[in-house]
Design a protein around this ligand. Sequence first.
Ligand code: CA
Length: 244
Amino acid sequence: MRLLLIEDDDRIADPLTEGLGRYGFTVDHVRTGAAGLAATATVPDLVLLDLGLPDMDGLDVCRSLRARSAVPIIMITARGEEADRIVGLELGADDYLAKPFGVRELIARIRAVTRRAGAPAFTPDGPTQSLAVFQSASGAQVLGPLALNRRTREVHLNGRHIALTPREFDLLAFLAGDPGTVYSRQQIMDTVWDPHFFGPTKTLDAHVAALRRKLGDPGWVTTVRGVGFRLTVPSEQGACEAAG
Ligand code: CA
């Protein structure tokens, strides 16, 4: 399990990194909010987020992270930040720990949060009920009949497992980060492929085509001509928009 630790204080980060390492976690440590946001271009399994960062408000980091992914977030807060904890939870953080805390306590929280993330995410009534986007507290995301679990990297459609290649999953997960939003081809290439990808982007079209085929309806990924792509739940849209 790969954790991203965003914490400017090495006196906290170093023992945490070492302690978590002893329990088998891999920790990527960055010291600023900007570095943290940059590091989540490839989504970690969980983010540990200090709220008191030198370059930006940890709550803004939380908001930005949540706007683009359902990665579980545990806030690390100092005493006297009670109000921030509440705002952070409202912004989509999954839990918080108040300093000082021990590694064992943190691991218990990590386990609790990732258990929730892995819980069955389907709405029992299936696709006929309201198709509003539902994002569980962490990890699993439900879009109508589609359930996407970033932690296990599994996708189910109407309860049926859909086998995606790693890149297809990354593409779907990226578009699902904000359903309905149009992402430019460059944004998608930068994030799902490589930030320095300057070659032909035909591979993107091939992956979009594969996703549409595997999801059984081209309406899942709609082409916005001259701009890029966006994810939509086909039955919400009348499924007529996807011209390819
Ligand atoms: Ca700090």
